[in-house]
Design a protein around this ligand. Sequence first.
Ligand code: ZN
Length: 151
Amino acid sequence: MDDTLDLYQELILDHNKSPRNRRKVDPADRQAEGFNPLCGDHVSVTIKLDGDVVKDVAFEGSGCAISTASASLMTEALKGKTLEEAKKTFQRFHGLVTGETDEEPPTPDSMGKLAVFSNVCNYPARVKCATLAWHTLKAALDGENEQISTE
Ligand code: ZN
């Protein structure tokens, strides 16, 4: 039996094959870079703000299917959100894939397409792949322009 089938669902495969918003926002108001040495994933996130609204968000980089699909779905999920909403979505997503959350557990309904990553918490080695783009995003939103690492 192939137990990775659950992990690599169609939506993840699709976003890995044709990542959305894989480009650079230029000029960017916020940007950050992230590495996951464990897997070799690398992602850079650029953000254009309009007041406190995420007007545009894009990513570049290379990595495994999970990290690429996660970054792609993240850009789709966050465009048009306020900074507050974006940070909340980060927390929910983080809770979803790590299985650790202070709030109510995220439900597929509240997560939309991001719920496709709910199985990742069963694959601890993959959690960092799924959260890399999100940690990088958070660093960018917090104005930390330095490189971040999951290690
Ligand atoms: Zn990876």
